[in-house]
Design a protein. Structure first.
Length: 163
């Protein structure tokens, strides 16, 4: 996996090239070591681009059994415990949340754990978060661009670059 400082459009970002599911999972585990309770991760990318694989890495890095992690496409939210922090895994693929839905998600979005939201753009909110965009490069390669929305997440990017 190659890591580099981001390009011209987003001043504060880290770009990675993942050449396997293991690369994507390892990056998630590495990122988990920089996270703390209340952190919000906005995951964006096409179906099959690696979002759930990345969340498995987050779980691993938080000390949660990876075998528990499944895509919450049909359940909306999966909550994983047993690690350093709880992990809330939300998938908005089948939902464009109404204000009532967003209020119901507050327990997770503002919770004490790490909240990873797939299809984050459908949430329709601008809360500070770590934005993680997954893009197909080829069958066996993905580009992952991590950018910060807020000073807390700029600090996370600094840790990623230096660690």
């Amino acid at each position: 996996m190659m890591v580099g400082k981001g390009g011209t459009d987003v001043a504060d970002c880290v770009t990675l090239r993942s050449r396997s599911e293991d690369d994507t999972r390892r990056f998630g585990a590495r990122l988990a070591g920089t996270l703390r309770g209340g952190d919000l991760l906005g995951l964006r990318g096409d179906l099959g681009s690696g979002k759930t694989c990345f969340v498995r890495g987050l779980a691993e890095g938080l000390g949660i059994a990876v075998r528990k992690v499944r895509s919450p496409t049909f359940t909306l939210v999966n909550e994983y415990s047993g690690g350093r922090l709880p992990l809330y895994h939300i998938d908005l693929y089948r939902l464009s949340p109404s204000p009532v839905d967003r209020m119901a998600l507050r327990e997770y979005l503002d919770g004490h754990g790490v909240c990873a939201v797939e299809w984050f753009e459908r949430l329709g909110e601008a809360a500070p978060h770590l934005d993680i965009a997954f893009t197909y490069v080829s069958t066996d390669e993905r580009e992952i661009v991590v950018s910060a929305d807020g000073s807390r997440y700029s600090a996370v990017l600094t840790q990623l670059r230096n660690g």
